[in-house]
Structures are given as C-alpha cells and as structure tokens.
Design a protein around this ligand. Structure first.
Ligand SMILES: [Fe+2]
Length: 237
C-alpha cells in the first residue's frame, strides 16, 4: 500500500516569480505522503555534513516519519482529506503520532531545502539582510542567537528563524518534531530557516559537540532560499 508514495511527490510546487529556485510548499501535500528526493547528492554538503549522516538521516529517519504518518492517516477519512499543514497546525487536537510524524515529515522536507553545497548559498537579499539587522543588530548577533537557541534546546528538537505574527524576524526553538506552525509552539510564526539539533543530525561527524555543528552549519545554509521564504512570508502579512 505504501508503494504508491512517490506518486504524490509533485504536490504543492510554489514557483515565485523571478526566482531561480522553485520552493516547494510541503504543507500543501496530502495523503499518501511521500519522501521527497534530496535537492542534491548525499555527499554534497561535505565536509559540513558527511555522506553517511545524510544517507541515514534522509533515507531512514525522514522515511520513517513519512511511513509512520501514512500509517496513522490511512483509513481515517477525516484525516485523509487534510493537507500536511492542516494536520500539524492544530497539533493540540491530534494524536502524538500525527504530531510527531507529521512534524517530522514537514521539518525534514523544509530542512533539506534550507541547505546547499558549501560556498553556493549566496547572500541574504537586501530586504532580508536589513530585517536581520533590525531584529538582531547584525548578522553575527543573529547567528549567535540562533546557535544559542539550538544549543539550549534540551534533548532533541529544532532551532528556528521565523517571521512572527507582527511580521518581525525572531529566533525560537521547539522540542522533538514540533515546529512554529503548530498551535502548541511557544512562539508561532512562519519558518524561514530551521536547523535539526537531534543527535541523528550530527553525531557521526561531531559526536556530542552540538555547538560545533551549529556553528559549521552556516556554511551550507542556502541564503537564496531563505530570502525567497522571507519575501513570501512578509508578502502575505
Ligand atoms: Fe532529523
């Protein structure tokens, strides 16, 4: 039954005018959910993130979230009609399994597209860069706050840069596979960047040194993608 997963991979492509990168709105995807292909080879992020980590992280961890989510939704006519975003944004009304696996699927699909080969991520757009300066004082101070959010997230979780409900940039973190789209999040908003601070994201390359992973991660951030997301998030406000 789950062999049909790849058929819905095209759901929700959102092409932004003038952009070289076609963002995917993974929240628009509906059951049966599918593991998206990585937008690069598994060794493309080396030396920041090693090939083995990427193979296991995408092929096993993310795949498990997708399969588990499909297992939870299958046979429930109400849930089968909902988009991924609809499933997760009302997380307080869902089972833990939907919350964790739905969040896991959305978060990882978003994460892969947040990254690119070292040295190819470009620079933040003018608007995005000036919003970072306004919110945090400087790019360095933003990075420091984001790294602190990731390092300070007890146990497993995510560090986020979001556009909050006032249209301002903010840094936050979430436990487990929660994210700022969910009603259960302490600080809600539209994610612009997210970094996975589960040990499975960095343990092979960095062992327990989460801080080193967080500071190295900037080398693979795709600032072009983040800038497109920022533009889309602030256009809607
Ligand atoms: Fe992960």
């Amino acid at each position: 039954m789950l062999k049909t997963l790849t058929l819905s991979a095209a759901a929700g492509a959102l092409a932004l005018s003038g952009a070289a990168f076609a963002q995917t709105d993974h929240g628009a995807e509906t059951y049966p959910f599918a593991l998206p292909d990585l937008p690069y080879a598994t060794d493309a992020l080396e030396p920041v993130i090693d090939n083995e980590t990427m193979e296991i992280h995408h092929g096993r961890h993310h795949n498990a979230y997708v399969n588990n989510l499909n297992g939870e939704v299958e046979g429930d006519e109400d849930l089968e009609g909902l988009t991924l975003r609809e499933l997760i944004e009302n997380a307080s009304e869902r089972s833990d399994a939907i919350r964790n696996n739905g969040g896991g699927h959305w978060n990882h699909a978003f994460f892969w597209e947040s990254m690119t080969a070292p040295g190819t991520g470009g620079e933040p757009s003018e608007d995005f860069a000036s919003a970072i300066d306004d919110a945090f004082g400087s790019m360095d101070e933003f990075k420091s706050e984001f790294e602190s959010a990731g390092a300070g997230q007890f146990g497993s979780g995510w560090a986020w840069l979001i556009v909050d409900e006032n249209g301002d940039l903010a840094v936050t973190s979430t436990p487990n596979q929660d994210n700022p789209l969910m009603d259960v999040a302490d600080e809600q908003g539209t994610p612009i960047l997210g970094n996975d601070v589960w040990e499975h994201a960095y343990y092979i390359g960095y062992r327990n040194a989460r801080g080193e992973y967080l500071s190295a991660w900037w080398d693979v951030v795709d600032w072009n993608v983040a800038s497109e997301r920022y533009a889309a998030a602030t256009m809607q406000d």
